[in-house]
Design a binder for this molecule. Structure first.
Ligand SMILES: Nc1nc2c(ncn2[C@@H]2O[C@H](COP(=O)(O)OP(=O)(O)OP(=O)(O)O)[C@@H](O)[C@H]2O)c(=O)[nH]1
Ligand SMILES: [Mg+2]
Length: 416
């Protein structure tokens, strides 16, 4: 048994993983082995130019019939987005990806909004960062990070350069900001409540959607999570499989050469939906909150009432004022809840107290996944787990590796 104390400080549950969340629709692909091999080549490379080449080969191996129209269109959109990325990289010579500050803390949240909505004021009020706050437009020109403390964890907030509605999609700082939004763990959309927040929200949501980012969590969805420490193909089902079995899902995922992945399924899902998830449709769900800033303005309360009918139900709205400080204390909790995080404390069997620094994981995580974040050997050899906290029937209950954990749980791993 290893000493767990002090390890995995503020593990970011998103950091080593990539997840793809999808709109569900019927898409019978029935791809050939050749097409699958091109797809595997495209997934394996991180170089956008190689990816474009492999996707073009993939496209040529997907027959042009009605059932594949949607898939072909998706892949074409993906190629177009990659071409844009290549162009933008060349233009900004350093590359847009390198501009995203490296992740720190439990999760990274990008502050996104129009100019003068108060992103820098928020960063300055919530963290020790001191970006320039000014009433002239486009003050912040590059991504600026700061750390927000919440309970015993920290979130990294990154102010993104404002979205400029006068620029066409994919040009200048807009494409940099949207790229940041795509790569990060969650979004905080900052609105100026003294103006017309409904119009601004629609504009920002539209820009995100055109870039393949959705704010709405669909009831039926499949997420493929690639994370260090996951062995094989782990399937977590919170719903029903339509016309297929768990082993069909596993076989399909493996047929694309994917291992070391967790497949999370919510709602009513068929094998085509799983295949779409594997094929990384262009729509990525991002957990988000809306920060309604400048609530000290005269017409803000009235605007807030109107705004509620424009924001999707599962996106919380935090009304705040950087000027008076109202509501700022609630932001940490809104982020924690929107990202569906839980804190898990590990305890060494030979120690009395658990570690003081939690491992932060997503809701629905099972004990063996937490073990895997500590060490793959611990996950592989895990026999049982002792749990204290709200997920168990009594303190110190002995549970199996597939036990679902809850916030505040203390876990003690046993390998024999
Ligand atoms: N009344 C009021 N004004 C605010 C509030 N928060 C920020 N401001 C003002 O709004 C203006 C813009 O604030 P910034 O924080 O620089 O806005 P920003 O979103 O970072 O702007 P860019 O970097 O240009 O995108 C400044 O004049 C701030 O003083 C607030 O809560 N109430
Ligand atoms: Mg700013």
């Amino acid at each position: 048994m290893q000493n767990l104390r002090g390890r995995n400080r503020h593990k970011n549950p998103y950091r080593p993983s990539e997840s793809f969340s999808l709109r569900l629709r019927s898409m019978p692909a029935n791809l050939t082995a050749e097409a699958k091999s091109f797809w595997m080549k495209a997934s394996a490379t991180r170089d956008p130019e190689e990816k474009i080449k492999a996707l073009e080969e993939f496209l040529s191996a997907v027959p042009k019939h009605k059932g594949n129209e949607r898939l072909r269109a998706q892949v074409k959109r993906k190629i177009a987005a990659l071409r844009l990325e290549v162009k933008e990289r060349r233009r900004s010579s350093g590359g847009v990806r390198s501009n995203l500050p490296s992740r720190e803390g439990a999760a990274q949240i990008v502050l996104l909004g129009l100019t003068n909505s108060g992103k820098s004021s928020l960063l300055s009020s919530l963290t020790s960062a001191r970006p320039t706050v000014a009433d002239y437009p486009y003050t912040t020109q590059k991504p600026t990070p700061g750390m927000l403390s919440f309970m015993d964890i920290q979130f990294q907030l990154v102010e993104a350069p404002a979205i400029n509605p006068n620029l066409t999609q994919g040009s200048g700082l807009n494409s940099q900001t949207l790229n940041l939004a795509k790569q990060t763990d969650g979004l905080a959309i900052v609105l100026d409540m003294s103006r017309d927040p409904c119009r601004d929200f629609i504009l920002i949501k539209g820009e995100l959607e055109r870039f393949g980012i959705s704010l709405e969590r669909r009831k039926s969805r499949v997420e493929i999570i690639r994370r260090k420490g996951i062995s094989g193909v782990q399937i977590h089902l919170s719903g029903n499989l339509r016309g297929c079995s768990l082993s069909d899902v596993e076989r399909l995922v493996r047929s694309y050469g994917l291992t070391g992945v967790a497949v999370r399924i919510w709602g009513d899902v068929g094998i085509d939906d799983v295949e779409e998830a594997v094929l990384e449709s262009t729509t990525t769900y991002k957990p988000s909150i809306v920060i309604a800033n400048k609530m000290d303005s005269p017409n803000a309360a009235e605007n807030l009432v109107k705004l509620r009918s424009y924001v999707p139900g599962d996106v919380p709205i935090a009304p705040v004022s950087c000027r008076t400080g109202t509501g700022l204390d609630e932001i940490g909790l809104s982020i924690f809840q929107a990202l569906e995080l839980i804190r898990v404390y590990t305890k060494d069997p030979n120690e009395k107290e658990p570690s003081t620094e939690p491992i932060v994981v997503r809701k629905g995580t099972v004990a063996s996944e937490v073990a895997g974040q500590i060490h793959t050997d611990l996950q592989r050899n895990l026999k049982y787990v002792k749990v204290w906290g709200s997920s168990c029937k009594y303190p110190g209950e002995r549970v199996g590796p597939t036990h679902i954990l809850q916030d505040g749980d203390i876990v003690e791993f046993h390998t024999q």
